[in-house]
Unconditional design. Structure first.
Length: 356
Protein backbone atom coordinates (compact mmCIF):
# COMPACT_ATOMS: atom_id res chain seq x y z
CA UNK A 1 0.00 0.00 0.00
CA UNK A 2 2.82 2.34 0.87
CA UNK A 3 4.45 1.57 -2.51
CA UNK A 4 1.28 2.66 -4.34
CA UNK A 5 1.10 5.87 -2.29
CA UNK A 6 4.75 6.62 -2.99
CA UNK A 7 4.19 5.97 -6.73
CA UNK A 8 1.27 8.39 -6.78
CA UNK A 9 3.32 11.04 -4.98
CA UNK A 10 6.16 10.58 -7.47
CA UNK A 11 3.87 11.30 -10.43
CA UNK A 12 4.22 14.82 -11.75
CA UNK A 13 0.72 16.25 -11.68
CA UNK A 14 1.65 19.09 -14.00
CA UNK A 15 2.70 16.63 -16.73
CA UNK A 16 -0.52 14.69 -16.27
CA UNK A 17 -2.56 17.86 -16.69
CA UNK A 18 -0.50 18.87 -19.71
CA UNK A 19 -0.91 15.48 -21.42
CA UNK A 20 -4.62 15.56 -20.60
CA UNK A 21 -4.83 18.99 -22.25
CA UNK A 22 -3.09 17.65 -25.34
CA UNK A 23 -5.50 14.72 -25.60
CA UNK A 24 -8.47 17.06 -25.13
CA UNK A 25 -7.13 19.44 -27.80
CA UNK A 26 -6.54 16.64 -30.34
CA UNK A 27 -9.91 14.97 -29.71
CA UNK A 28 -11.64 18.35 -29.65
CA UNK A 29 -10.33 19.30 -33.07
CA UNK A 30 -11.21 15.83 -34.36
CA UNK A 31 -14.81 16.47 -33.27
CA UNK A 32 -15.25 20.12 -34.21
CA UNK A 33 -13.26 19.88 -37.48
CA UNK A 34 -16.11 18.48 -39.64
CA UNK A 35 -18.67 20.72 -37.91
CA UNK A 36 -16.71 23.95 -38.44
CA UNK A 37 -15.89 22.92 -42.03
CA UNK A 38 -19.60 22.41 -42.80
CA UNK A 39 -20.49 25.77 -41.23
CA UNK A 40 -17.81 27.70 -43.17
CA UNK A 41 -18.67 26.05 -46.50
CA UNK A 42 -22.39 26.47 -45.82
CA UNK A 43 -21.88 30.23 -45.39
CA UNK A 44 -19.85 30.40 -48.61
CA UNK A 45 -22.54 28.45 -50.50
CA UNK A 46 -25.22 30.84 -49.26
CA UNK A 47 -23.19 33.81 -50.43
CA UNK A 48 -22.71 32.11 -53.82
CA UNK A 49 -26.41 31.07 -53.90
CA UNK A 50 -25.40 27.45 -54.44
CA UNK A 51 -27.72 24.51 -53.69
CA UNK A 52 -24.78 22.12 -53.33
CA UNK A 53 -24.37 20.29 -50.02
CA UNK A 54 -21.38 21.25 -47.84
CA UNK A 55 -19.94 17.72 -47.99
CA UNK A 56 -19.96 17.90 -51.81
CA UNK A 57 -17.72 20.96 -51.88
CA UNK A 58 -14.15 20.54 -53.04
CA UNK A 59 -12.90 22.39 -49.94
CA UNK A 60 -14.84 20.31 -47.40
CA UNK A 61 -12.31 17.49 -46.93
CA UNK A 62 -9.19 19.76 -47.06
CA UNK A 63 -10.78 22.09 -44.51
CA UNK A 64 -11.73 19.18 -42.27
CA UNK A 65 -8.22 17.72 -42.43
CA UNK A 66 -6.79 21.19 -41.73
CA UNK A 67 -8.54 21.23 -38.34
CA UNK A 68 -7.29 17.70 -37.62
CA UNK A 69 -3.70 18.79 -38.29
CA UNK A 70 -4.25 22.07 -36.44
CA UNK A 71 -5.08 20.07 -33.31
CA UNK A 72 -1.71 18.29 -33.43
CA UNK A 73 0.07 21.56 -34.23
CA UNK A 74 -1.38 23.33 -31.19
CA UNK A 75 -0.61 20.26 -29.06
CA UNK A 76 3.09 20.55 -29.90
CA UNK A 77 3.20 24.11 -28.56
CA UNK A 78 1.11 23.11 -25.54
CA UNK A 79 3.60 20.36 -24.75
CA UNK A 80 6.41 22.94 -24.56
CA UNK A 81 8.98 21.25 -26.80
CA UNK A 82 12.32 22.60 -27.97
CA UNK A 83 12.69 25.41 -30.47
CA UNK A 84 13.98 23.00 -33.09
CA UNK A 85 10.85 20.86 -32.90
CA UNK A 86 8.62 23.92 -32.96
CA UNK A 87 10.45 25.25 -36.03
CA UNK A 88 10.00 21.88 -37.73
CA UNK A 89 6.32 21.90 -36.78
CA UNK A 90 5.93 25.37 -38.30
CA UNK A 91 7.42 24.24 -41.60
CA UNK A 92 5.31 21.06 -41.64
CA UNK A 93 2.18 23.09 -40.92
CA UNK A 94 2.91 25.49 -43.77
CA UNK A 95 3.44 22.58 -46.18
CA UNK A 96 0.21 20.90 -45.04
CA UNK A 97 -1.71 24.15 -45.53
CA UNK A 98 -0.25 24.55 -49.04
CA UNK A 99 -1.09 20.97 -50.00
CA UNK A 100 -4.63 21.11 -48.56
CA UNK A 101 -5.31 24.48 -50.19
CA UNK A 102 -4.13 23.15 -53.56
CA UNK A 103 -6.24 20.02 -53.05
CA UNK A 104 -9.30 22.18 -52.32
CA UNK A 105 -8.78 24.27 -55.46
CA UNK A 106 -8.21 21.17 -57.61
CA UNK A 107 -11.32 19.42 -56.27
CA UNK A 108 -13.31 22.62 -56.92
CA UNK A 109 -12.32 22.45 -60.59
CA UNK A 110 -14.30 19.29 -61.37
CA UNK A 111 -16.45 19.47 -64.53
CA UNK A 112 -19.63 19.59 -62.40
CA UNK A 113 -18.37 22.45 -60.20
CA UNK A 114 -20.20 25.83 -59.96
CA UNK A 115 -17.45 27.45 -62.05
CA UNK A 116 -18.14 25.22 -65.03
CA UNK A 117 -21.90 25.42 -64.45
CA UNK A 118 -21.65 29.19 -64.90
CA UNK A 119 -19.60 28.69 -68.08
CA UNK A 120 -22.17 26.21 -69.42
CA UNK A 121 -25.05 28.64 -68.80
CA UNK A 122 -23.28 31.34 -70.79
CA UNK A 123 -22.21 28.94 -73.53
CA UNK A 124 -24.21 28.35 -76.70
CA UNK A 125 -22.51 25.05 -77.49
CA UNK A 126 -24.20 21.68 -77.33
CA UNK A 127 -24.25 19.78 -74.03
CA UNK A 128 -21.96 16.97 -75.24
CA UNK A 129 -19.49 19.53 -76.54
CA UNK A 130 -19.45 21.33 -73.18
CA UNK A 131 -18.95 18.10 -71.23
CA UNK A 132 -15.88 17.09 -73.23
CA UNK A 133 -14.40 20.60 -73.18
CA UNK A 134 -15.07 20.99 -69.44
CA UNK A 135 -13.34 17.67 -68.74
CA UNK A 136 -10.32 18.75 -70.78
CA UNK A 137 -10.08 22.17 -69.09
CA UNK A 138 -10.61 20.60 -65.67
CA UNK A 139 -7.63 18.27 -66.09
CA UNK A 140 -5.42 21.04 -67.48
CA UNK A 141 -6.26 23.42 -64.62
CA UNK A 142 -5.80 20.71 -61.98
CA UNK A 143 -2.39 19.87 -63.43
CA UNK A 144 -1.36 23.54 -63.28
CA UNK A 145 -2.55 23.80 -59.66
CA UNK A 146 -0.50 20.76 -58.60
CA UNK A 147 2.57 22.00 -60.50
CA UNK A 148 2.38 25.37 -58.72
CA UNK A 149 1.86 23.55 -55.41
CA UNK A 150 4.96 21.42 -56.03
CA UNK A 151 7.09 24.53 -56.72
CA UNK A 152 5.82 26.28 -53.57
CA UNK A 153 6.50 23.17 -51.45
CA UNK A 154 10.01 22.88 -52.90
CA UNK A 155 10.57 26.54 -51.98
CA UNK A 156 9.49 25.79 -48.41
CA UNK A 157 12.25 23.19 -48.21
CA UNK A 158 14.76 25.92 -49.08
CA UNK A 159 15.71 24.82 -52.61
CA UNK A 160 16.68 27.40 -55.24
CA UNK A 161 14.16 27.19 -58.08
CA UNK A 162 16.31 29.07 -60.61
CA UNK A 163 18.65 26.11 -61.06
CA UNK A 164 15.75 23.70 -61.02
CA UNK A 165 13.93 25.71 -63.68
CA UNK A 166 17.01 25.64 -65.92
CA UNK A 167 17.30 21.89 -65.43
CA UNK A 168 13.63 21.43 -66.20
CA UNK A 169 14.06 23.49 -69.37
CA UNK A 170 16.74 21.15 -70.68
CA UNK A 171 14.78 18.08 -69.59
CA UNK A 172 11.61 19.45 -71.19
CA UNK A 173 13.40 19.91 -74.51
CA UNK A 174 14.63 16.31 -74.40
CA UNK A 175 11.19 15.01 -73.47
CA UNK A 176 9.55 17.10 -76.21
CA UNK A 177 11.84 15.60 -78.85
CA UNK A 178 11.15 12.08 -77.59
CA UNK A 179 7.40 12.58 -77.33
CA UNK A 180 6.49 14.51 -80.46
CA UNK A 181 3.75 12.04 -81.41
CA UNK A 182 2.19 12.26 -77.95
CA UNK A 183 2.21 16.06 -78.10
CA UNK A 184 0.64 15.97 -81.57
CA UNK A 185 -2.06 13.64 -80.29
CA UNK A 186 -2.74 15.91 -77.30
CA UNK A 187 -3.08 18.91 -79.60
CA UNK A 188 -5.27 16.81 -81.86
CA UNK A 189 -7.41 15.84 -78.87
CA UNK A 190 -7.89 19.50 -77.95
CA UNK A 191 -8.82 20.26 -81.57
CA UNK A 192 -11.37 17.44 -81.66
CA UNK A 193 -12.90 18.45 -78.33
CA UNK A 194 -13.21 22.13 -79.29
CA UNK A 195 -14.06 21.76 -82.99
CA UNK A 196 -16.31 18.74 -82.31
CA UNK A 197 -16.43 16.98 -85.71
CA UNK A 198 -18.10 14.03 -83.94
CA UNK A 199 -19.51 12.96 -80.58
CA UNK A 200 -19.54 9.68 -78.69
CA UNK A 201 -22.13 7.43 -80.35
CA UNK A 202 -21.67 8.92 -83.85
CA UNK A 203 -21.02 6.65 -86.83
CA UNK A 204 -17.98 8.05 -88.68
CA UNK A 205 -15.83 7.24 -91.68
CA UNK A 206 -12.17 8.23 -91.57
CA UNK A 207 -9.87 8.77 -94.54
CA UNK A 208 -12.21 7.53 -97.25
CA UNK A 209 -13.01 4.22 -95.56
CA UNK A 210 -9.67 3.68 -93.81
CA UNK A 211 -11.64 3.29 -90.56
CA UNK A 212 -15.40 3.10 -90.21
CA UNK A 213 -17.34 2.60 -86.99
CA UNK A 214 -19.13 4.04 -83.96
CA UNK A 215 -17.24 6.38 -81.63
CA UNK A 216 -17.17 4.87 -78.11
CA UNK A 217 -14.64 7.13 -76.35
CA UNK A 218 -12.67 10.35 -76.89
CA UNK A 219 -9.57 11.09 -74.81
CA UNK A 220 -6.78 13.64 -75.10
CA UNK A 221 -4.44 11.19 -76.83
CA UNK A 222 -6.72 8.93 -78.85
CA UNK A 223 -10.22 8.13 -80.02
CA UNK A 224 -11.74 4.65 -79.84
CA UNK A 225 -14.28 3.40 -82.38
CA UNK A 226 -16.20 0.14 -82.59
CA UNK A 227 -16.15 -1.32 -86.10
CA UNK A 228 -18.72 -3.64 -87.68
CA UNK A 229 -17.23 -6.84 -86.20
CA UNK A 230 -17.51 -5.26 -82.69
CA UNK A 231 -13.76 -4.93 -82.23
CA UNK A 232 -12.43 -1.67 -80.72
CA UNK A 233 -9.84 0.31 -82.67
CA UNK A 234 -7.78 3.00 -80.92
CA UNK A 235 -6.75 5.79 -83.30
CA UNK A 236 -4.26 8.53 -82.31
CA UNK A 237 -5.84 11.97 -82.49
CA UNK A 238 -2.87 13.20 -84.53
CA UNK A 239 -4.03 10.87 -87.32
CA UNK A 240 -7.67 11.96 -87.03
CA UNK A 241 -6.96 15.67 -87.44
CA UNK A 242 -4.86 14.98 -90.56
CA UNK A 243 -7.59 12.92 -92.30
CA UNK A 244 -10.99 13.98 -93.57
CA UNK A 245 -13.90 12.60 -91.56
CA UNK A 246 -17.46 11.86 -92.64
CA UNK A 247 -19.90 11.98 -89.75
CA UNK A 248 -22.92 10.04 -90.91
CA UNK A 249 -24.92 11.08 -87.83
CA UNK A 250 -24.76 14.73 -88.90
CA UNK A 251 -26.77 14.00 -92.03
CA UNK A 252 -30.14 15.70 -92.40
CA UNK A 253 -31.19 13.05 -94.94
CA UNK A 254 -29.87 9.98 -96.73
CA UNK A 255 -29.87 9.15 -100.41
CA UNK A 256 -31.10 5.96 -102.02
CA UNK A 257 -29.87 5.44 -105.58
CA UNK A 258 -30.10 2.44 -107.87
CA UNK A 259 -30.32 1.34 -111.49
CA UNK A 260 -32.83 -1.15 -112.89
CA UNK A 261 -31.57 -3.18 -115.85
CA UNK A 262 -34.79 -4.27 -117.55
CA UNK A 263 -35.33 -6.59 -120.47
CA UNK A 264 -35.23 -5.29 -124.04
CA UNK A 265 -38.53 -7.06 -124.57
CA UNK A 266 -40.28 -4.55 -122.31
CA UNK A 267 -42.50 -2.22 -124.36
CA UNK A 268 -42.44 1.58 -124.20
CA UNK A 269 -45.88 1.53 -122.61
CA UNK A 270 -44.68 -0.85 -119.88
CA UNK A 271 -41.61 1.27 -119.20
CA UNK A 272 -43.60 4.53 -118.91
CA UNK A 273 -46.20 2.87 -116.71
CA UNK A 274 -43.47 1.34 -114.52
CA UNK A 275 -41.70 4.71 -114.10
CA UNK A 276 -44.98 6.41 -113.20
CA UNK A 277 -45.86 3.78 -110.58
CA UNK A 278 -42.38 3.85 -109.03
CA UNK A 279 -42.67 7.64 -108.63
CA UNK A 280 -46.09 7.19 -107.00
CA UNK A 281 -44.78 4.51 -104.62
CA UNK A 282 -41.87 6.71 -103.55
CA UNK A 283 -43.85 9.93 -103.16
CA UNK A 284 -46.51 8.26 -101.03
CA UNK A 285 -43.88 6.96 -98.61
CA UNK A 286 -43.85 9.10 -95.44
CA UNK A 287 -40.06 9.04 -95.03
CA UNK A 288 -39.31 10.15 -98.62
CA UNK A 289 -38.58 13.87 -98.75
CA UNK A 290 -40.78 15.99 -100.98
CA UNK A 291 -39.51 16.91 -104.46
CA UNK A 292 -36.42 14.70 -104.20
CA UNK A 293 -37.54 11.74 -106.32
CA UNK A 294 -35.97 11.20 -109.75
CA UNK A 295 -37.01 8.24 -111.91
CA UNK A 296 -36.37 8.13 -115.67
CA UNK A 297 -35.11 5.98 -118.49
CA UNK A 298 -31.39 6.48 -118.36
CA UNK A 299 -29.89 4.28 -121.07
CA UNK A 300 -30.77 2.04 -123.98
CA UNK A 301 -28.09 -0.62 -124.08
CA UNK A 302 -27.16 -3.58 -126.19
CA UNK A 303 -28.47 -6.09 -123.68
CA UNK A 304 -30.91 -4.03 -121.53
CA UNK A 305 -32.70 -0.76 -120.91
CA UNK A 306 -31.65 1.05 -117.74
CA UNK A 307 -33.99 2.96 -115.40
CA UNK A 308 -32.31 5.38 -113.01
CA UNK A 309 -33.83 5.91 -109.53
CA UNK A 310 -32.75 8.42 -106.90
CA UNK A 311 -34.56 9.71 -103.83
CA UNK A 312 -33.82 11.11 -100.37
CA UNK A 313 -35.29 9.92 -97.08
CA UNK A 314 -35.53 11.60 -93.67
CA UNK A 315 -34.05 8.61 -91.81
CA UNK A 316 -30.42 9.28 -90.80
CA UNK A 317 -29.63 6.48 -88.33
CA UNK A 318 -27.66 3.88 -90.27
CA UNK A 319 -29.46 0.77 -89.04
CA UNK A 320 -32.86 2.41 -89.59
CA UNK A 321 -31.66 3.59 -93.01
CA UNK A 322 -30.89 0.01 -94.04
CA UNK A 323 -34.39 -1.09 -93.00
CA UNK A 324 -35.99 1.81 -94.89
CA UNK A 325 -33.89 1.11 -97.99
CA UNK A 326 -34.86 -2.55 -97.86
CA UNK A 327 -38.58 -1.63 -97.74
CA UNK A 328 -38.31 0.86 -100.64
CA UNK A 329 -36.38 -1.54 -102.90
CA UNK A 330 -38.90 -4.29 -102.20
CA UNK A 331 -41.72 -1.90 -103.16
CA UNK A 332 -39.92 -1.15 -106.44
CA UNK A 333 -39.50 -4.87 -107.17
CA UNK A 334 -43.20 -5.32 -106.48
CA UNK A 335 -43.98 -2.73 -109.18
CA UNK A 336 -41.80 -4.61 -111.68
CA UNK A 337 -43.56 -7.88 -110.88
CA UNK A 338 -47.02 -6.35 -111.34
CA UNK A 339 -45.95 -4.88 -114.69
CA UNK A 340 -44.39 -8.18 -115.81
CA UNK A 341 -41.02 -6.55 -116.40
CA UNK A 342 -38.01 -8.77 -115.99
CA UNK A 343 -34.61 -7.71 -114.74
CA UNK A 344 -31.64 -8.85 -116.76
CA UNK A 345 -28.06 -9.46 -115.69
CA UNK A 346 -24.82 -9.00 -117.61
CA UNK A 347 -24.36 -11.99 -119.89
CA UNK A 348 -21.82 -13.05 -122.44
CA UNK A 349 -22.41 -15.31 -125.39
CA UNK A 350 -19.45 -17.36 -126.55
CA UNK A 351 -19.46 -18.83 -130.05
CA UNK A 352 -17.13 -21.74 -130.84
CA UNK A 353 -16.02 -22.67 -134.29
CA UNK A 354 -16.37 -26.31 -135.23
CA UNK A 355 -13.36 -27.61 -137.05
CA UNK A 356 -13.78 -30.57 -139.28
Amino acid sequence: MEEIINLIKSVNVEYLIKYAEIIVIILGFQIIGPIVARIIIGIVHKLMKSDKKSAESGFYKPLKYFFYVLGFYISIYTLGTTKGIEKLADKAMRIVVIVLFAKGIADSLNPDSPIFNIINKNSKKESNNNDALNLFLSKVLKTLVYIIMAFVVITEFGYDLSGLAAGLGIASAAVALAAQDIVKSLIGGFTIITDKPFDIGDYIEIGGGLYTGTVVDITFRSTRIKVINNSIITIPNSLLVSEYIINWNKLESRMIETYLRISLESTTEQINRCISKIITVLNTNDIVLEDTTEVHLDKIGEDCNSIFIRTYISVTDYSEYLKAKDKILCDILDVLERENIDLVYPTQTVYTKNRV
